[in-house]
Structures are given as C-alpha cells and as structure tokens.
Design a protein around this ligand. Structure first.
Ligand code: HEM
Length: 293
C-alpha cells in the first residue's frame, strides 16, 4: 500500500509555503509606464533647460540641441506608448482597468487622502485599505491621463505655429502644475523608505508580499484571495518622525450619520465624499488633542 500524504493542518507551516514576493505589475504595465515616463522626463528636463538658460538669450550655444531634444522627446511620448500598447495588445483590457481604477473614487480614497498626513504624526490613526493605487497615486494617474493628450496636441500646434499663444499658455501651465506631482512621485518611488520598497514592482514586477498587503490591503485581498494576510511586524517607517508621546486612550467621537451611510467601495457624489472625509479627519484628530491638554 502506498503511503498517503499527511494532510497539512498546521497553519504556520502553510504560511511558510507562501511566497515572499508577489507580482504587482505585469510586463505590459511596466513597459507602458517607462514608455510614458522616459519621454515625459526628456520633455520636462529639456523644457526646463530651454526656459532657464535660453528664454533670455536664444542665441546661446547648444540652443538647437535642446530645442530638437524637446521635440524628439515629445514624439517619443506619442510613439513609445503606442508601441507599448501594440506590443502587449492582449493586455489592453488591463490598461483600461487600471485607468478606470484610478478615476473611480470611493469614500475610502478620500479618507486615506485626508488621514494620510495626520497618521504620520498620530500613530493611532488607521488608514483605510487601498486598492491597486492609493489616493495620491490615483491623482498622479488622473493628471497624467488627462494632460498627456493635451501636451501632444498643444506641442504639435506650437511646432506648426497654429494657435501658438493659447497652445503655449496651456502647455506651460500643465508643465508647471505637473512639477510638484512629478517631484513627489519620484521622491516616493526612489527616496522615501516607506514607499521605495515598491520600486522593484516597476522594474521586475515583483514586490514584497508583506509590503503590498500593508500598503494596498484591498488590492492584495482581491488579487490573491488564496494567500493569507501577513501580520506586518515592522515596515520601514516614514523618514523618522519624532515619536509622539502615547496619549491616554480617549473614546473616539462617534462618526456622523453621513459617514455611516456611505458604503466603503461604492462611488459616491464627490461633494459628499469630501465632506465625509474631512469630518472623519477632524474626528480622528480630536481625541488626540484633547488628551494632550
Ligand atoms: C525616475 C522616474 C520614475 C520612477 C522611478 C517611477 C517609479 C514608479 C513606481 C515604482 C510606480 C509604482 C508605484 C506602485 O507600486 O503603485 C510608478 C507608478 C506610476 N508612475 Fe512612475 N516613475 C517615474 C516617473 C514617472 C513619470 C515621469 C510619470 C508620468 C509622466 C510616471 C507616471 C506613473 C503613473 C501614472 C503611475 C501609476 C500611479 C502611481 O503609482 O502613481 N512615472 N512609478
């Protein structure tokens, strides 16, 4: 008689079988990201040089090098994403899903946005679980998807001298507005210890399972229902903030009815969502402040 395999009953050993890393971004998503990011940064940097070094004196040496580099980068912003899309045509639905996810806001996104800042100081504040992208990333994604076609159209108009003045105003305004987003995005991706862990997701596709479950809890549970949610003993924290002395426990303010009525994942009217999130942010902060007095 052949030996029967012993059924695994020990939960801990089962968890040990689970992977340390999980797939966050597929090749199609990574290629699309860099197909946009590289020409975008090319456009941005060459534009910065043209503005800072040449606007007062266009006759200065190497002007044409930057002038042409800017246009070639702009063409790259059309051609490279188109190439990435065609190369992974079978994943078009995935790009659509990502875009839809970024444009679809729920109460939890607003709560996250309002509470994220205070939570770095008031440790007792728990951030709501996030989907594939957190609210800040959603804003980045939304701005990118809304402005990239406009950069291309206004850039082509400027190049061909059509409606040059309004095109220039819009082109420049969008670039100025993109500056804090771009700097924030790169800071989060490569500098901030708490989030730079995810950089590997845009390079190899794989990220730490612990990190992903902590930062994108809802996405993790929905995408990997067969994996358990790991207990995160320690995730590298934000740049070391001075620790706030433990405040004595004070009962939290009851949430207002409007907050209770809102369902967590159903899109709600924008005004209602903002109001509810603001109320929650204040409610979360009040017990802490009263304990300090
Ligand atoms: C050195 C430059 C850059 C680095 C290292 C970088 C890195 C990353 C990483 C690691 C993510 C995934 C974050 C996650 O796990 O959710 C990401 C996402 C994304 N990146 Fe970049 N990125 C760069 C430049 C750019 C540029 C120039 C753009 C747009 C013009 C851009 C647009 C996006 C968008 C829309 C997403 C998805 C939403 C988000 O996570 O913010 N990235 N990037």
């Amino acid at each position: 008689m052949s030996a029967q395999p012993t059924p695994r009953t020990d939960a801990v050993s089962e968890h040990h079988m689970e992977p340390d890393e999980i797939l966050r971004f597929r090749a199609s998503e990574r290629h699309m990201h860099w197909a946009v990011a590289i020409p975008f940064m090319g456009c941005y940097l060459t534009a910065a040089v043209l503005m800072l070094a040449y606007s007062s004196n266009p006759q200065r040496a190497l002007h044409d090098v930057f002038w042409w580099s800017h246009r070639v980068s702009g063409l790259g912003l059309i051609l490279l994403p188109a190439w990435a899309m065609l190369r992974h045509w079978y994943d078009i639905a995935l790009h659509m899903r990502n875009t839809k996810e970024a444009w679809r806001w729920t109460r939890d996104d607003f709560r996250w946005l309002f509470l994220m800042g205070p939570s770095t100081i008031i440790r007792s504040i728990e951030l709501p679980e996030q989907g594939k992208f957190n609210a800040a990333e959603k804003i980045n994604f939304m701005v990118l998807t809304a402005t990239t076609p406009l950069y291309i159209v206004t850039g082509l108009l400027l190049w061909t001298h059509q409606f040059a003045f309004p095109a220039w105003v819009l082109h420049l305004t969008m670039a100025a507005a993109a500056t804090p987003l771009l700097l924030g995005h790169i800071y989060m991706a490569v500098v901030n210890p708490d989030t730079r862990v995810g950089l590997s997701g845009m390079i190899t596709g794989m990220v730490s399972r612990h990190w992903a479950s902590h930062h994108y809890g809802r996405w993790y549970k929905e995408t990997f229902p067969h994996l358990h949610v790991p207990h995160v003993p320690h995730v590298p924290s934000m740049p070391q903030m001075p620790r706030v002395p433990q405040a004595p426990r004070v009962p939290r303010l009851p949430a207002l009815p409007v907050v209770v009525e809102l369902s967590a994942h159903r899109p709600e009217p924008l005004g209602q969502l903002v109001a509810a999130a603001a109320v929650e942010a204040v409610a979360a902060a009040v017990p802490y402040q009263s304990a300090q007095r």
